[in-house]
Ligand binder design. Structure first.
Ligand SMILES: *Cc1c(COP(=O)(O)O)cnc(C)c1O
Length: 426
C-alpha cells in the first residue's frame, strides 16, 4: 500500500511537471521521492504520512520565527476581516514601506512586488533605465530568481559574455550579462576595463546562499562598492535571502556598505508571497508613474501579505533574535565538524548566524568551483540518514540551511544528535 505522500506524488506527477512547482522540491539531487507536508508549527513539519520532522529549510528562509507563529497568524486573520485584495493603495503598504526604510537605511524609497524574482528583475531594469547602459555583471553561483537576464551561467573565459542557463533564453539576451567568479577582484577589474561605460550594474548575493553558504573574503564587498562607484555602475545587493536574517539590516549592515539598490523577499512576506526592491530616491523615482521605467503588479502590496510581513518584522525587533540564532548555527556546525573529524571525513562548514552549509570536501569553499568540489553523493546519503532520523535538511548539497528561533532547546539538541549519528553512519 503506497503511503499518503507516495499517493499524492503519483497524482501530482500526472498533472504537474515533475510533480513539483519548484524543481529543488523534487529531491532529484539527493535521490528518492519527496514527502508532502500537511502542516508545520515551530521547528517541525508534519508530513502527510504523519511523521514529525525537525526542519532546517524553514520554507527556504522566510520562517525565521518558526512555522505558523501565532502572532503572524493573528495578523493575517485580522487583515482577512477587511478583505483579501483591493486593487487600490492600502494602509498596510505604507506601514511596510516605513518598516523597510527603518530596517535598511540605504533604502530611501521602495516598491513592493510579489516575489524575489520580480524584485531582482525589476531592479535590473531600473538600473539599466537609470544608467542608460545595457550590460550587467553577475557572479557564478549567485541565484537571483528565474528571469531571463539573470538565469545566465559563465562563458568559457572570465571576460566573455555568459550563456543561457536554461533552454528558452535567447543567446542574444546572454550577450548582455557578464558572469564573473565571486571573490575575485582581478576579474572585476578586467571586466570593467573591457566594457568601459557599458556596465549598468553589478548584482550579487553579498553572502551567497544559493550554491550553499559562502562568505566573501575580507575587503571583497568593499572593493565591489568602490569599483562600481568609480565606473558609474549601480551596486545591487540581492538580500532576498540574507535580508532580516543575518542581521536586522542584512549583510549591508554587517559589512557597513551602502548599495544603490537592495532586493528583498522571503522574510518580509512572513510566509506569504512578497518581494521588494528599493534604494536611492533619485534612482527609484525613475519608476513609473514618476519615470520611464515600467513595473507593475496586480497583487503587489497585497493586504494579507503585508499584514503577515509587518507582524514578522515587528516581532524581529521584539525578540532581537540574532545572537541566539548565531549560537544555534554554531552549535550545529560544531557538532557536524566534530563528528566528521572523528570519522575522518573532510568537511567545511561556513556559517554566519542562522545560515550555513555542510560541504563534504577538504577544499576551503570560497566560490562556485570550490563549492562544487563537495561530494554530492555522500551528501545524498547523509541527507537520507538524517531524514530517517527525523531531521529534514535542504535536499541538495548546494543549498543553505536555515534556522529559526523555534529551534532553540530540545529541537536543536535532538537535531545535533541525529546529524552526529548520520555522519557516523556514512
Ligand atoms: C529565493 C531567492 C530569489 C528568488 O525569490 P523568489 O521569491 O523565489 O522568486 C532571488 N534571490 C535570492 C538571493 C534568493 O535567495
Amino acid at each position: 500500500m503506497p503511503s499518503p505522500s507516495e499517493q499524492l506524488f503519483a497524482r501530482a506527477l500526472q498533472l504537474i511537471p515533475g510533480g513539483v512547482n519548484s524543481p529543488v522540491r523534487a529531491f532529484r539531487s539527493v535521490g528518492g521521492a519527496p514527502f508532502f507536508t500537511k502542516s508545520a508549527k515551530g521547528a517541525t513539519l508534519t508530513t502527510a504520512d504523519g511523521r514529525e520532522l525537525i526542519d532546517f529549510v524553514c520554507t527556504w528562509g522566510p520562517a525565521i520565527h518558526g512555522h505558523n507563529h501565532p502572532r503572524i497568524k493573528a495578523a493575517i486573520a485580522a487583515a482577512l476581516e477587511h478583505g483579501t485584495s483591493f486593487g487600490t493603495p492600502n494602509p498596510y503598504e505604507v506601514e511596510m514601506a516605513e518598516l523597510i526604510v527603518d530596517f535598511f537605511p540605504s533604502v530611501e524609497k521602495v516598491r513592493l512586488c510579489s516575489s524575489g524574482t520580480e524584485a531582482t528583475m525589476s531592479a535590473i531594469r531600473l538600473a539599466r533605465g537609470f544608467t542608460k547602459r545595457d550590460k550587467i555583471i553577475k557572479f557564478a553561483g549567485c541565484y537571483h530568481g528565474h528571469s531571463d537576464s539573470l538565469l545566465i551561467k559563465a562563458g568559457s573565459g572570465a571576460l566573455t559574455h555568459g550563456h543561457p542557463d536554461s533552454a528558452g533564453i535567447p543567446a542574444s539576451f546572454a550577450l548582455e550579462t557578464i558572469v564573473l567568479p565571486y571573490n575575485d577582484t582581478a576579474a572585476l577589474d578586467a571586466a570593467f576595463a573591457a566594457n568601459l561605460g557599458k556596465i549598468a550594474c553589478i548584482i550579487l548575493e553579498p553572502y551567497i546562499g544559493n550554491v550553499g553558504f559562502i562568505k566573501p573574503d575580507a575587503g571583497y564587498l568593499q572593493y565591489v562598492r568602490k569599483i562600481t562607484a568609480q565606473h558609474g555602475a549601480l551596486l545591487i545587493f540581492d538580500e532576498v535571502m540574507t535580508g532580516f536574517r543575518l542581521s536586522r539590516g542584512g549583510v549591508q549592515e554587517v559589512e557597513k556598505i551602502v548599495p544603490d539598490l537592495t532586493c528583498l523577499g522571503k522574510i518580509i512576506g512572513g510566509g506569504l508571497p512578497v518581494g521588494a526592491f528599493g534604494g536611492r530616491a533619485d534612482i527609484m523615482d525613475h519608476l513609473a508613474p514618476l519615470g520611464p521605467v515600467y513595473q507593475a503588479g496586480t497583487l503587489s502590496g497585497n493586504p494579507l501579505a503585508m499584514a503577515a510581513g509587518i507582524a514578522q518584522l515587528r516581532l524581529l525587533d521584539e525578540v532581537k533574535p540574532y545572537p541566539r540564532l548565531d549560537a544555534l548555527g554554531r552549535q550545529v556546525c560544531a557538532a557536524a565538524l566534530a563528528a566528521a573529524k572523528a570519522k575522518g571525513l573532510p568537511l567545511q562548514a561556513p556559517q554566519f548566524g542562522s545560515m550555513f552549509s555542510l560541504f563534504f570536501t577538504p577544499t576551503v569553499v570560497r566560490d562556485m568551483p570550490t563549492a562544487l568540489t563537495s561530494d554530492a553523493k555522500l551528501f545524498g546519503r547523509f541527507f537520507h540518514a538524517c531524514l530517517d532520523g527525523g531531521v529534514y535538511l535542504p535536499p541538495s548539497a548546494y543549498e543553505s540551511w536555515f534556522l529559526s528561533t523555534a529551534h532553540e532547546g530540545a529541537a536543536i539538541d535532538r537535531a545535533c544528535e541525529v546529524i552526529t549519528k548520520s555522519i557516523q553512519s556514512l
